[in-house]
Design a protein around this ligand. Structure first.
Ligand SMILES: Nc1ncnc2c1ncn2[C@@H]1O[C@H](COP(=O)(O)OP(=O)(O)OP(=O)(O)O)[C@@H](O)[C@H]1O
Length: 237
């Protein structure tokens, strides 16, 4: 396998007559921490949905671990090692926290769906103490941690974290960041989609910027954030 774990080539997506994404080329190296940023409606979630296989079709192509993703359904992509979290946590409300993790453990097929495995996943996100609670008993940051545990239960090589920090306090952002750094140190490649600039700049080794469905910058965070086009489009100056 090459050093590049994910390659997006000319990815585009239209909704009726509206072009949400156009000509996106992006490479992500194994073990990298990439920040994908851009103003509201710039296409970040659309890109994630294309990558995860959530849409029936899109333009262009993705190659993951040197194999094309075309034609694979979301669950097949997850089994290949591609996982995502959702902006709004989506636990199974009728299942306990531990059971919520056992579902992707069994579905991903990359590890045993035992209670021990579920507890190990929960420990990795500091949620083992709430294993037998119901999701409605969790705080906002605990729900985000559960969302991460559910994604990491798939043992992904690549994890896309979609706005995990929204609405969290400074300390809670630090807690999620620490978790993500730990996951990355364990070998998981991470794409962070985030509006909390402190978090995304602290975390990312590289930033890619989408504006109106096009990639306008890609490089070291300090260089990218200093570009006038990025300041103008993203920071609204
Ligand atoms: N299913 C859909 N049908 C029609 N338009 C859509 C659909 N999904 C997204 N869009 C539009 O595509 C554009 C890109 O949306 P997207 O959610 O990808 O942006 P985003 O960068 O993730 O925004 P945010 O930061 O607010 O989450 C927006 O104009 C949005 O309204």
């Amino acid at each position: 396998m090459s050093d590049v774990v994910l390659r997006a080539h000319a990815v585009g997506k239209r909704f009726g007559g509206f072009t949400a994404l156009s000509g996106i080329d992006l490479e992500v190296r194994a073990g990298e921490r990439l920040g994908l940023i851009g103003p509201n409606g710039s296409g970040k979630s659309t890109f994630t949905n294309c990558l995860a296989g959530a849409f029936p079709s899109h333009d262009g192509s993705f190659t993951f671990k040197d194999a094309p993703l075309a034609g694979l359904k979301p669950h097949q992509r997850a089994r290949q090692g591609l996982a995502r979290t959702f902006q709004l946590p989506r636990p199974f409300r009728g299942l306990t926290v531990a059971e919520n993790v056992r579902v992707p453990l069994s579905f991903g097929g990359r590890g045993a769906a035992t209670m021990e495995s579920a507890m190990a996943c929960l420990e990795s996100v500091d949620l083992a103490g709430k294993a037998h609670r119901m999701p409605k008993e969790l705080t906002q940051v605990e729900l985000r941690r559960l969302e991460l545990a559910r994604a990491t239960a798939l043992q992904p090589e690549l994890l896309i974290v979609d706005e995990a920090m929204a609405g969290l306090s400074h300390t809670e952002v630090d807690q999620i960041l620490a978790l993500l750094f730990r996951l990355n140190e364990g070998g998981t490649t991470i794409i962070m989609i985030e509006h909390v600039m402190r978090a995304v700049t602290e975390f990312s080794q590289r930033l890619a910027v989408l504006v109106a469905g096009r990639k306008i910058a890609d490089g070291p965070p300090a260089d990218v954030l200093a570009l006038p086009a990025v300041e103008e489009a993203y920071l609204g100056r």
